[in-house]
Design a protein around this ligand. Structure first.
Ligand SMILES: N[C@@H](CCC(=O)N[C@@H](CS)C(=O)NCC(=O)O)C(=O)O
Length: 347
């Protein structure tokens, strides 16, 4: 019997895969990393949806009898199976905020990531991603096949930019939100090691996953990040492998009573962008509109509605409903004035 507990199937260029690898490293869960499509990617059952990262669990016989996709549920599943070095803050109010930050990373910051990789203006980024992504599963791929796959991936991914909102019209909204996020984090990280305390939560890993690409891969955004927030860049290097961070039981988290101003600033940034987007997305889906529209920092932001992100909104509301009445009131108080209060207004 080999010694690892789980296998993570992913890719170096996939933000959610790198996010989950960092979670496994921090949690010291013994694991194996397999690149999708590589020679080692075999013997797994088919996942419910063909996306990465895929997490495969072994049964008592050592066989992979179970696989799952979607990084947030994967994190929660690992919380059920392993108790040490938990990602869930001790104060449930802070836990709710952590969920919100993770979701913002996964669903809004990913727009920045896709934009700086595939938007037609970023020709160096497009060429780089096109060259490198095919080789991830086979670095000895023959040059002809490499060219073919590069062309296929590049045209497929560029044809999808509008689906995630990376259009000429939305460009300023997305790029300004990247710069504001960096500025907010630079202030926060000047005093604090992680987003919600001296230890990382789900939100740290959610943001890190997208930053692993924006800071370490994409040429244009990595320059902007280094200029605007060197501390964010170093923080991302740290979060990539926190296996050596020593933590004590469930200590080290902020609580509802000592959240620093800079954590509230991050929530305010989420309230400027992701919150109005989620509400507009919900309304467009309810009205069967082909396009959602919302105002972000005085500019119109438009894209086609996205069903998965409406699910994310319902998960945020479910998490809020599961809190005690006192905790719900405390969350409402923290969120008041951040712009995020709209997410829980009618719950
Ligand atoms: N919500 C999912 C998103 C996963 C996702 O979008 N994965 C991308 C790669 S980063 C993928 O597999 N896309 C499939 C495709 O492009 O065909 C998560 O958190 O894991």
């Amino acid at each position: 019997m080999n010694s690892w507990d789980v296998t993570l199937v992913g890719a170096y260029g996939s933000p959610y895969s790198v996010k989950m690898r960092a979670v496994l490293r921090y949690r010291r869960i013994s694991h194996r990393w397999v690149v999708r499509g590589s020679a080692e990617d075999q013997g797994f059952p088919k996942p419910p949806v063909a996306i990465i990262p895929m997490l495969a669990f072994r049964d008592e016989d050592g066989d992979y009898s179970e696989v799952m996709v979607d990084s947030s549920p994967q994190i929660l599943r690992l919380e059920e199976d392993y108790s040490d070095r938990s990602l869930l803050p001790a104060d449930p109010v802070v836990g709710f905020l952590d969920h919100l930050i993770e979701d913002y990373g996964d669903e809004w910051v990913t727009k920045m990531m896709y934009h700086y990789r595939w938007h037609h203006l970023y020709v160096d980024a497009i060429a780089k991603a096109g060259d490198m992504l095919p080789l991830m599963s086979d670095n000895q791929m023959n040059p002809e096949q490499h060219r073919e796959i590069k062309d296929f991936i590049t045209s497929r991914q560029m044809s999808r930019t509008a689906l995630v909102g990376s259009t000429d019209e939305n460009r300023d909204v997305i790029e300004d939100s990247f710069v504001r996020l960096l500025t907010t984090l630079e202030t926060h990280l000047t005093e604090h090691q992680f987003l919600l305390g001296n230890r990382p939560g789900r939100g740290d890993f959610g943001l890190f996953g997208q930053f692993s690409q924006l800071f370490f891969w994409e040429p244009d955004s990595s320059l902007i990040a280094a200029r605007r927030s060197p501390r964010s860049v170093i923080w991302a290097y740290q979060v990539d492998d926190l296996s050596s961070l020593e933590i004590s039981e469930n200590e080290g988290w902020f609580t509802r009573n000592n959240l620093p101003e800079s954590s509230l600033s991050l929530l305010t940034e989420i309230g400027r962008t992701y919150a109005p987007f989620l509400i507009a997305n919900e309304q467009a889906i309810a009205a069967d509109d082909p396009e959602l529209s919302c105002l972000i920092e005085g500019r119109e932001y438009k894209q086609a509605p996205f069903a998965y992100q409406n699910k994310c909104l319902s998960w945020i509301r479910d998490a809020f409903r599961q809190l005690s009445i006192d905790d719900q009131q405390a969350v409402a108080q923290v969120l008041s004035g951040t712009g995020c209060e709209v997410l829980i207004a009618d719950v």
